[in-house]
Design a protein. Sequence first.
Length: 395
Amino acid sequence: MNDAAGSLRDDEDGAAVPLRVEFITKLGQLPLLKEQWEALNRHLSDHEAPFFQSHGWNFHVAKVRLERSSERYRLCVATVWRGHRMIGIWPLSVQRRWGVWIAKSLDDPFGQFAGVLFENKADIVPGVAAVLRTLRARKSADALQIDSVVNATSLHEALMSAGARNRVSNTAVYVDLRQCRSFDEFMGAINKKTRKNLRNLWNRLRRVVEIEHVISDQRIQLRNVIEDTFEARLAWIHEYGRTSPAFRDQDFRPIVRGLSGSGAIELLGFSLVSKDGFVSSQWGFTYLGRYYAYLSAKNSRYDEFSPGRLHLGMVIEACKARGIEVLELMPPAADYKLSWSDRTKRLDVFVMPMSVRGYLVLNPLVDKIGFATRSVSRLIPQSIRRPLVRLLNRS
């Protein structure tokens, strides 16, 4: 699928060269792009945490979704060309919701940070504009909705310039160890009162149970950590009446289960265990020197000791020992994360109707009803909310 867009840039001879947009709609085309895709991602032209734009992750998500949900999910990866050279990729999909087709990030709702891959930062604004014009011209989607766009990034600027409407959707936390020579130096920079509270929690927990911290980087071990953490997290959200777009999607469980068999994705798991079972666990991805904490769970029997908060400190120490200097703790900015770092990044959602039908659906459902539903849900008693959430979390 080829389309010319109107964005121009002079070539070496001074002639204006239009940007051309081509959409990849078949899974079999993606492996052919792997080398170029990863080369573009390593430029970090959009933001510094690009795992969710990596080829391995996107291919894995697309493969599972196309096998299971082709009636509501289509591949629509935008490649941007100048002449015969591909200069950018925007991993997109088109998904059926509320009776319309909506252009979204390829990995939505399972990714955490949206992004684009370009050779040069200066090409992102015109490149994104070219993609949007082509989507609209081809009538590929009724609307655009891009979640988890990191504030002050090039994609954020490009969507703002294109006239997409945005609102704040969440806040992510990250830990930066690059200025610390050791984990002890990092600990020394943490608030004195916080250090004391953490120390007291550790001492109390160790008086109750003997614990061990297990780090998993082998596929067989990881398979168990991934499965156990998923089930524990699902039980927790059912118990407390919580939900999320990922857990509401029927494809989430097979996507997570399939990760341990994907050699293209590097995984790391952490388990705080006792002789009676797990106390706290989490696992995530490693990519270009960063750890992405994707899914965590805790044993509610140990809640009085804040097991997730204590375990996160051990995860940070283990990453530092492995030479991993930045940990992406993902949204939301929960208190247990903020105990270890005050570094945050704002995430926005952008929406843009592309047809009358898209406007009629997107405007009331996303902007008005969706916001009102989230606000009202906080007021519903847990005894009522719990069974409703169990119906929503079909995974």
